[in-house]
Write a protein that binds this ligand. Sequence first.
Ligand code: SF4
Ligand code: SF4
Length: 168
Amino acid sequence: MSVSTPQGSGEFPDPGPRTPDPGLTTPWYSEGLRFDCQRCGKCCTGEPGLTWVTPDEAQALARRLGIDERTFRARYTLNVFKDGVVRTTLKDRPAGKLGHACVFFQKGVGCTVYEDRPRQCGTWPFWRRVIDSPESWAREAEECPGINQGPVVSAAEIAATAADDGLP
Ligand code: SF4
Ligand code: SF4
């Protein structure tokens, strides 16, 4: 690609202040981060939460459960108006001492749709907002005992996961 100079001046125009290229900056997690799910179920229970489901995910879950998508949506999902857009989330239900639980969480079993769980469940804890800073990572580590356990996940893998974390 060529760069042209303004006719007659012989100089490049002032490009303004330089901005960092995000592709060139080193993330704070450049050495990688450790994560190993302890299957405690805390992320599927507790306070009422939102688990976003895309149309493809809804279809896969309906297929898994042997029901049509319309029935699946009526039984297991809610539409939520957020940031000017209607999105679909899995329902929560009261779960006694656990507080609330995702409609697919079963005590003693965990996620009953594990292989077809929504993307945001599979990308945890490498969500954009969680890896945003060491502080946000440390905050989530207080709630999720799998954070900072187990093998190191590389910075490249973390960045790729966060870039498509399944969250709006
Ligand atoms: S809170 Fe963390 S360790 Fe517990 S089930 Fe969820 S991801 Fe795994
Ligand atoms: S779909 Fe499964 S992993 Fe995701 S919140 Fe529900 S029970 Fe947890």
